[in-house]
Design a protein around this ligand. Structure first.
Ligand code: F6P
Length: 340
């Protein structure tokens, strides 16, 4: 059997380890693997190359993806399905493994509905894919953000300032939540909660009174600034590009005005998405990649490999893309335990 694999959407640490999982397990089954370049774009345009075991040994510990990625939606054009079908047939591919977040997996579901033999692997630093306890990329990205808060804390303490770190995560607050909790931020602003300026200011004033400086973490998707519609642009999947919203800078200005204390903001942006995957992300990626190769080999198409508790299992793609997974109330309760 010939298995094609693609990595789509925003890159994150762990993608190369997932490829290692797919390719090695496929090899164990006696299956051949080829990699499509730049996500669904490579499938649409028939751009692919063989994947050798040897290259994956060194790549597995590196960030990014050796196959490249894009946010291309192959089904945007009316002839998308036909074009993808032709391209897969021309490549002689019997099964496709799509590694990606909700957009990439939605495209996989679309292909599956049209008879395509496809399985999925969830990845995203946002951790917002349904049906899986965690996505790889998240632990690595949040660990980088945690380190950034600790660095910002040093400079905030020295200058007796308020510092706001804006992290990514789109419309799910997992990265901000984990960063704020792990780095003991004085307040964390999430998309899952209505923005309460009075509450934020109270917590920052209390931190200033206690320690002479304050640290705030804010998610880029928090409902802090009025939405600009498509002013920041939209991608192929019609998602608003959030970097232009400037949530962190907006909060720093508000806090400086409210407290009279100098405030600064930093936007960590894509720094979170690069670098080596953590141990947790490497192991999760390898396991999910290997499971996807099993699903493909066994003809269990339309499934996605996910983490459920300690086990890696297959669930229907439709369940994974039904709606984004946002931070539930139990995690919000834990976060607010530390609002002193
Ligand atoms: O989905 C991953 C993510 O990093 C989001 O957190 C962020 O909003 C978006 O991608 C940024 O996308 P791009 O890399 O296209 O700027």
């Amino acid at each position: 059997m010939k298995v094609g694999v693609l990595t789509g959407g925003g890159d994150c640490p762990g993608l190369n380890a997932a490829l290692r999982g797919v390719v090695y397990r496929a090899h164990q089954h006696g299956d051949e693997t080829v990699g499509f370049l730049d996500g669904w774009k490579g499938v649409r345009d028939g751009e692919y190359r063989p994947l050798a075991l040897a290259e994956l040994v060194e790549a597995a510990g590196r960030g990014g993806t050796i196959l490249g990625s894009s946010r291309t939606n192959p089904f945007q054009a009316p002839d998308g399905i036909a074009r993808v079908g032709r391209s897969l047939r021309a490549a002689g591919v019997d099964a496709l493994v799509a590694v990606g977040g909700d957009d990439t997996l939605s495209a996989a579901l679309e292909l599956s509905k049209h008879g395509g033999k496809v399985v999925g692997v969830p990845k995203t630093m946002d951790n917002d894919v349904n049906g899986t306890d965690w996505t790889f990329g998240f632990d690595s990205a949040a660990s980088v953000a945690m380190d950034a808060v600790e660095r910002l804390r040093d400079t905030a303490r020295s200058h007796h300032r308020v510092v706001v770190l804006e992290v990514m995560g789109r419309h799910a607050g997992w990265v901000a939540l984990a960063t704020g909790l792990a780095a003991a931020a004085d307040f964390t602003v999430l998309p899952e909660e209505p923005y309460d300026e009075g509450r934020l200011v109270r917590h920052v004033r209390a931190a200033l009174a206690a320690r002479g400086y304050a640290v705030v973490v804010a998610s880029e998707g928090a409902a802090v600034v009025p939405t600009k519609g498509s002013a920041g642009g939209r991608d192929d999947f019609q998602h608003e590009i959030l970097r232009e919203r400037g949530v962190g800078a907006f909060l720093a200005r508000q806090l400086e005005a409210a407290t009279g204390v100098e405030a600064r903001s930093a936007q960590i942006g894509h720094i979170q998405r690069g670098g080596a995957p953590t141990l947790f992300d490497r192991l999760l990626s390898l396991r999910l990649g290997a499971k996807a190769a099993d699903l493909a080999h066994d003809g269990q198409f339309g499934q996605v490999a996910v983490l459920r508790g300690a086990e890696v299992v297959g669930i229907p793609l439709a369940d994974a893309v039904a709606s984004p997974k946002v931070v539930p109330p139990a995690w919000l309760d834990l976060l607010h335990t530390f609002d002193a």
